[in-house]
Design a protein around this ligand. Structure first.
Ligand code: SF4
Length: 181
């Protein structure tokens, strides 16, 4: 592994990370059903989320093209458990972390797939579904939208799914084969 993963993760603002093999990921229709409940209000609202990302089987196939996944998280403090603004702020902050991590690791990667938390946020207004995505190469699909049980993913990667009272934690996954120098 050529990249200084710890240093890069720190620079990007990653809280915890771990690497597991993609065959160890649990993909589930159950998670997709949670998306369809649309608690996050991103379902059928962006190219980064279901149904635009494809079926769970199609998402699994996209992920299993790669051998490994770097699971990473961001932890954000809330004023209390009803702090919606704090949650939204954390969500946006984590998207920036995922983009920074991608930019720092890109020189060490061949082909890869980056997934992050729900929604996209690159454009002020998403073109979905009327017109094609403006920046398909920059979109980070939703890790839960891909049907991945994030709590199980975190456990498999040796990371905390929950990080204490009045905090929110978001997760992403970088799918790749190898890091190079
Ligand atoms: S890049 Fe723009 S058009 Fe594409 S999914 Fe994101 S917000 Fe939508």
């Amino acid at each position: 592994m050529g990249a200084d993963l710890r240093g890069i993760a720190d620079r990007a603002g990653v809280f915890q990370y771990g690497v597991i093999g993609t065959p160890d990921i649990d993909f589930s229709e159950e998670v997709r059903k949670m998306c369809e409940a649309n608690v996050c209000r991103k379902y059928a609202a962006t190219w980064a989320c279901p149904p635009a990302v494809g079926t769970v089987d199609e998402c699994r196939a996209k992920c299993l093209r790669f051998r490994n996944v770097l699971v990473f998280s961001g932890k954000y403090d809330l004023e209390d458990s009803f702090d919606y603004e704090g949650m939204m702020g954390g969500m946006e902050s984590f998207k920036r972390t995922a983009r920074e991590l991608e930019a720092l690791l890109k020189p060490h990667l061949g082909e890869y797939l980056m997934l992050a938390n729900e929604g996209c946020g690159i454009c002020d207004a998403c073109t979905y579904p009327a017109r094609p995505c403006r920046f398909p190469d920059r979109v980070h699909g939703s890790i839960e939208g891909y049907g991945i049980f994030v709590d199980k993913l975190a456990e498999a990667a040796g990371m905390n799914y929950i990080n204490g009272r009045n905090t929110v934690t978001y997760f992403g996954g970088l799918f790749y084969d190898d890091f190079t120098d």
